[in-house]
Design a protein around this ligand. Structure first.
Ligand code: IPM
Ligand code: MG
Length: 372
């Protein structure tokens, strides 16, 4: 298959982790005889520095012309601590989602057996947890009208949804549930918010077209608690933009590190793949950022183009790296010098030599070759 991929590494650790995803995609391309073309463009704080715009026209144009976007991370402390900044890196990502019509953000979360100890949650509660969050991505409070009074003392953000916006992602969530465990949980705040009541009404109507899928409802505050107490009850979670943002970071605790969580953002024409973690400024340039979320996002990219065997091979290689503790310090207890790129090298090696089970740990430790 021939695919054009736009690479938007963005800020902070973005380029370090995205480089590993590209390394892995190139190994897949070689093994399976695909032709992948990568083109880089700027987004976020780095784009503001250069052009004054967090999403330069050139970047948007490239994204529109490619088959998929591989995204790194966005954000810079300089802007986080300056609430008066008019131009912010995050605006680049939000505009990109909106312009490309990426209305569904899919965030799979699971407990890896080899990492149960890494989660602060009780092992028995999380073992076997396997959730897929469908977060609406181009509506709600993120995109509603924003107001700040002249005296600067009153502000508001409008949370607005229409039937169409709810229906299109609901269909995706129900279809996903059919291929999983036939359950959709709608997370909302329908006891308080009018917009949530519209979600309940529309999603209940859509559910009738999927009789084999059970639909239940949870208020977001309760869902936040259930996510920690009993995450195994969830299969597909369907929710609006901001609730999905919050609940997916919370859910990452199940996996043991936010550095593991990948995502796909899809629309009718375009698709983008990105780790859910942020730009991790403290780690920039240190080689300690976990590249697995980015590598698993690359696997989701391949899934999107129905290259399932290829995507599964990446996931298997990731599992192997986790089992053998070839991981960055956020997860590692056995070795302390495994860098971001070492993890990428290892996963690349496993893809190139999938049957090789002889690992020279001494060499891995020294940062030399991974396979004898
Ligand atoms: C995410 C991030 C973004 C969001 C930020 C960086 C704008 O937290 O993708 O979850 O809030 O959507
Ligand atoms: Mg977030």
């Amino acid at each position: 298959m021939k695919l054009k991929i736009a690479v938007l590494s963005g800020d902070g650790i973005g380029s370090e982790v995205t480089d590993q995803a590209i390394k892995v995609l190139k190994a897949i391309a070689t093994e399976f005889d695909h032709h992948l073309v990568f083109n880089e463009a700027k987004v976020g704080a780095i784009a503001i520095e250069e052009t004054g715009n967090p999403l330069p026209d050139k970047t948007l144009k490239l994204c529109r012309e490619t088959d998929a976007v591989l995204f790194g991370a966005i954000g810079h402390p300089k802007y986080d601590s300056d609430p008066s900044a008019k131009v912010r890196p995050e605006q680049g990502l939000l505009k990109l989602r909106k312009e490309l019509g990426l209305y569904a953000n899919i965030r799979p979360v699971k407990a890896y057996d080899s990492l149960l100890k890494k989660s602060p949650l009780k092992k028995d509660n999380i073992k076997g947890a396997d959730i897929c969050i469908y977060r609406e991505l181009t509506g709600g409070i993120y995109f509603g009208e924003k107001k700040l009074s002249e005296d600067g003392d009153t502000a508001s953000d409008l949370c607005e949804y229409n039937r169409h916006e709810i229906e299109r992602i609901a269909h995706l969530a129900f279809k996903a549930a059919k291929n999983r465990h036939n359950k959709v949980t709608l997370v909302d705040k329908a006891n308080v918010l009018e917009s949530s009541r519209l979600w309940r009404k529309v999603v209940s109507e859509i559910a009738e077209q999927y009789p084999e899928v059970a639909l239940d409802f949870l208020f977001v505050d309760n869902a936040a608690m259930q996510m920690i107490m009993n995450p195994k009850q969830f299969d597909v979670i369907l929710t609006e933009n901001m609730f999905g943002d919050i609940i997916s970071d919370e859910a990452s605790v199940i996996g043991g590190s936010i550095g593991l969580l990948a995502s796909a953002s899809v629309g009718d024409k375009h698709a983008m793949f990105e780790p859910i973690h942020g730009s991790y400024p403290q780690a920039t340039g240190k080689g300690i950022a976990n590249p697995i979320a980015s590598i698993l996002s690359a696997a989701m990219l391949l899934d999107h183009f129905e290259l399932t065997e290829e995507a599964d091979l990446i996931r298997k290689a990731v599992d192997k790296s986790l089992k053998l503790h070839i991981t960055t310090p956020d997860l590692n207890s056995k070795f302390d010098n495994i860098t971001t790129s070492k993890v990428g090298d290892f996963i690349e090696d496993v893809i190139t030599n999938p049957d090789d089970s002889n690992f020279n740990f001494k060499n891995i430790h020294l940062g030399q070759s991974t396979i004898i």
